[in-house]
Write a protein of this length. Sequence first.
Length: 340
Amino acid sequence: MIKFTDISKTFIVKKQEIHALQHISLEIQDGDIFGVIGFSGAGKSTLLRMVNALESPTEGTVEINGRDINKLSFNELRKVRKDIGMIFQQFNLLESKTVYDNIAIPLVLKRMNKADIEKRVSQLLDFVELADKRNAYPAQLSGGQKQRVGIARALSTDPSILLCDEATSALDPETTDSILRLLEKINKTLNITILVVTHEINVIQHLCNQVAVMERGHIVETGSVLDVFSNPQQNITKRFVRNVLPDTIPASVAAKLKEDTRHYKIIKLRFLGDNVEENILYYINKHFSAETNMLFASVNELQKTVVGIFILQIIGDNTEFDKITAYISEHNIQWQEVTL
Ligand SMILES: Nc1ncnc2c1ncn2[C@@H]1O[C@H](COP(=O)(O)OP(=O)(O)OP(=O)(O)O)[C@@H](O)[C@H]1O
């Protein structure tokens, strides 16, 4: 487990204090794919770099499997670092070395013998599906292939934790997808805990099971991806989530509604899992004296669970509206009134 307890980090630049992290407490369980999302400057990389002690906190503690990594001796820290792989947005490969040699670097530094290095690098090349690029140089590779080399290098020492700093931000959507599938395979088949920092919500959506949202050095919201995405609380979270799970009335529909002179209210419904299959709209139309009009609908899948968002105009008086919303609540469907 990785445990941050009340972490703060202040940088001092030209006598000015920069509060990069403020009172962060977070637990990342073994086996998690944990995503930290935030805009540029939120403090994500600083937080990530605390895990392998590339940054040390001004206050607070970082523990890995119960050991405070800032209290380790030099040799102990070296050992812990071997258990933590890291990949980067710009891949950080040595241009003058072949793919094989880049992957072998940590093993050479570890003084592994040549035959064992050969065996391990060959395994890794197969794992990241780059066996045919063994003798190529980084300049001859695509971005996705370079990141695969970075991943193989990070896995060479057989770590139990992998840190990913904007690992797909330099890649096109299709290549991003293939790297996300590879990271998922690493988590599932090698049982490696993955900590991802990103500003791309689709990375969290398609890869992570847990998420923390960072804003100006603080964690403002955290939880399972399903919980946070299906019911975001903070404005920044809503902004991110809206990009992958839209939940707003299209502008042209809103303009028409403004001209509607009938008495109506608007509600947003969020369905999770099996709830989606219930034909609630049919029931409302049949049993209440109100007319419903679907203004917006989206159905997506998150963590293998279906998430539906419907926005309904309910035309009728307030008594019927109250009955309808009571009925919806009874069915454990989240709803909220929406104003234009
Ligand atoms: N070594 C440093 N010295 C001084 N200030 C720093 C240092 N590292 C980070 N900062 C500052 O700390 C804040 C958080 O930076 P950090 O890189 O962690 O954010 P981020 O969320 O990862 O953003 P980005 O995605 O743009 O890297 C920023 O204001 C940054 O300028």
